[in-house]
Design a protein. Structure first.
Ligand SMILES: Nc1ncnc2c1ncn2[C@@H]1O[C@H](COP(=O)(O)OP(=O)(O)O)[C@@H](O)[C@H]1O
Ligand SMILES: [Mg+2]
Lengths: 357, 303
């Protein structure tokens, strides 16, 4: 268990001081796949480097299983890193790279070679053991970097955007591979990415960061279905934002009036929101396209975009703004709507989320 | 279409040869030519007042390692020459080692400065190199002579009563050469350290290596090409050094360069001088061979 307690990092270079981490507190459970998700420059790497020991925070504490980490140099922390550029030692073979951490811990020779063998087969690189790191592909380097960091059996594995350099297909493959490695080894993974899809696919829990702060923290479903604020709703997945008036709220449900005049029951992220202007967030796949007569939102179909797995319908709303709907495709589905049709948008009760700005 | 490519390729090959002409000219006339003359001279007979007589003789080469007793005509090894060879090689190796001991930390320090400050530091290293060799050597002599800065300082501080004899010793030559050639060690090491990806150093720390072990297992192996190049760059000119051993060795501690000069000057034995020059060249070649093998092996393992 890692407890990150009010960690603040202020960089004081030659320019103005810059707050890269602003009072970050979060607890990472044992044996979980934990993801730091946020746009580039939000402080993810900085937080990871604080845990690894390459950056001293300005304030705050970091505890690993109750033990203070900050007083230990990087080489005494039971934490290993998979670097973004892999940082494999170019003067060593694949096997020597994997053995490095074990040798630095002065483990017995027999144990080192046994663990190296085990790691090589874990990442399916046994045939490549004798190769130089420059003689293997990017995906294979990735696996070696993983094996090297896993070999000393750290309590925590830190991964800084490890998949960002791989092409799409390989990335998908490695996502599953990483999940497998995490569950097979039982090591806590702290994974950094700016790719929301990757975060949703892989994580047990996600912390969404922005400008040095953790904005929301929870399971992938939680974060996707119940974004706490506009930034999170916008950053993760696609979202339609509608200006609404909040009429009343009770517990986790709220009643809002749309600009078309019709009223809807939606979810509220917290109880007792004050009535007044608010934003309603609705995921494209949560609304349905329908005929205009009964629908709470009406408009004209302005574009239809076919994506293979699903189709996006762009609707210019009569009231104001536009709305995107997503519908999963069925085999040989008939083309039921055409551009220019008057359509309605049906919102099933309880799918939208009201956000107070 | 099919024969266009070979014609172009041939034309390109010819153009490449043309580009090599200046370099080849210099090689033939400025390097091979004089070398050939030296080679020929080494097999001639010395003239009475210097120069050579055009009578073939192997005496020059013979004298490199052997000497004949003036009275008994007995043949023995030329101890004087051999001890000078030995001193030259020993002092040059030690110079390279000393330059490494001071040069590596210096290069590491500079390579870890912020980018915009590195050039300034490098400039500070190189400036002495632009100063006349003689002036730098006399500066060292001034520092270490019996009435010089170091001795005066030590005596005033009461550390010693009598000045330490440093000038005109092997130590003086070593010190002088290490100082003079230090930039030649710093430059290539800096070049390889500057290219070093410092995330590798972090990876080392991350994988439980202490500072010392990171230096030994990560930084040093990656700086090795620079270290080898620097050692050669220091070793080769040290071996043939003339000014430094002359000034700091005071004519007592001769090195190869001084011995060669002696044959062309007072000794009036040009064939021996020529043979000694070629011996020096041979030693350098052997050193370079080591370098090529070390560097080549490195390349091979890097793929
Ligand atoms: N050593 C540093 N000095 C000054 N600012 C820094 C330093 N390292 C990072 N920063 C700044 O801190 C912010 C967060 O950086 P980082 O943690 O690398 O972001 P992320 O990994 O989320 O993209 C960035 O705006 C970056 O410019
Ligand atoms: Mg980053």
């Amino acid at each position: 268990m890692i407890e990150i307690d009010s960690v603040t990092k202020i960089f004081t270079g030659r320019g103005a001081p810059f707050t890269a981490l602003d009072d970050v507190s979060v607890t990472i459970r044992e044996n979980e796949f934990f993801t730091l998700l946020g746009p580039s420059g939000c402080g993810k790497t900085t937080l990871l480097r604080v845990i690894a020991g390459f950056i001293d925070p300005t304030r705050g504490r970091v505890l690993l299983d109750g033990q203070d980490l900050l007083s230990l140099p990087p080489y005494r922390r039971p934490v290993n890193t998979v670097f973004q550029n892999y940082a494999l030692f170019p003067h060593m073979t694949v096997a020597q790279n994997i053995a490095f951490g074990l040798e630095m811990q002065d483990r017995p020779r027999a144990e080192v070679s046994a663990t190296v063998e085990e790691m090589l087969s874990l990442v399916r690189m046994t045939e490549m053991a004798g190769r130089k790191t420059s003689e293997i592909s990017g995906g294979q380097q990735q696996r070696v970097a993983l094996a090297r960091a896993l070999a000393p059996r750290p309590k925590v594995l830190l991964l800084d955007e490890p998949l960002s350099a791989l092409d799409f297909k390989l990335r998908k493959e490695m996502q599953l591979e990483l999940k497998r490695l995490q569950s097979e080894t039982g090591i806590t993974f702290v994974f950094v990415t700016h790719d929301q899809e990757e975060a949703l696919t892989m994580s047990d829990r996600i912390a969404v960061m922005n400008a040095g702060e953790i904005r929301q923290f929870g399971g992938p479903r939680d974060i996707y279905d119940h974004p706490a604020e506009r930034f999170v709703a916008d950053f993760i997945g696609d979202t339609n934002f509608l200006d609404v008036t909040l009429l009343s709220s009770e517990g986790s449900t709220a009643r809002v009036r749309l600009s078309s005049g019709s009223e809807l029951d939606v979810r509220a992220p917290q109880a007792d929101l004050p009535p007044g202007p608010a934003t309603l967030a609705i995921r494209p796949e949560h609304a349905q396209i329908t005929t205009p007569d009964t629908a709470p939102l009406r408009g004209v179909l302005s574009n239809i975009v076919y994506f293979g797995t699903d189709t996006h319908f762009h609707v210019e709303l009569d009231a104001a703004g536009s709305f995107v709907l997503r519908r999963q495709n069925q085999p040989d589905q008939a083309q039921d709507w055409a551009i220019g049709d008057a359509v309605g948008v049906k919102v099933p009760p309880g799918v939208g989320q009201v956000l107070q700005d | 279409m099919t024969d266009v490519a070979p014609v172009t390729a041939r034309r390109q090959a010819r153009a490449r040869w043309l580009l090599l002409v200046p370099a080849l000219t210099v090689l033939v006339f400025a390097a091979s030519g004089p070398l050939l003359i030296v080679l020929i001279y080494s097999f001639l007979t010395p003239g009475d007042y210097g120069g050579v007589l055009w009578e073939p003789s192997a005496q020059g080469w013979f004298s490199v390692v052997f000497e004949r007793d003036f009275f008994t005509d007995e043949l023995s090894l030329a101890d004087a020459h051999l001890s000078i060879f030995w001193r030259s090689v020993k002092l040059s190796l030690m110079t390279a080692a000393l330059a490494f001991i001071f040069g590596f930390p210096t290069a590491y320090f500079i390579a870890t400065r912020p980018k915009e400050k590195r050039d300034l530091w490098m400039l500070l290293i190189i400036i002495p190199f632009w100063t006349n060799l003689l002036i730098r050597t006399f500066a060292i002599a001034e520092l270490i002579r019996n009435e010089g800065t170091v001795n005066t300082l030590l005596i005033t501080m009461g550390v010693i009563d009598e000045p330490i004899q440093m000038l005109f010793t092997e130590f003086a030559i070593l010190l002088g050469m290490a100082y003079v050639y230090l930039p030649l060690m710093v430059l290539p090491i800096y070049a390889s350290l500057e290219r070093l990806d410092f995330s590798l150093v972090e990876a080392g720390y991350d994988l439980y290596a202490t500072r010392w072990r990171v230096l030994r297992k990560v930084i040093f192996p990656l700086a090795k090409p620079g270290v080898i190049a620097g050692s050669i760059l220091v070793f080769v000119p040290s071996l043939g050094a003339y000014v430094t051993p002359r000034v700091l060795g005071g004519g007592k501690q001769l090195m190869l360069g001084n011995l060669i000069e002696l044959q062309f000057g007072q000794g009036r034995n040009w064939p021996l001088g020529a043979a000694l020059s070629l011996t020096l060249l041979a030693i350098v070649m052997v050193a370079l061979l080591f370098y090529v093998r070390a560097a080549g092996g490195e390349e091979g393992r890097h793929g």
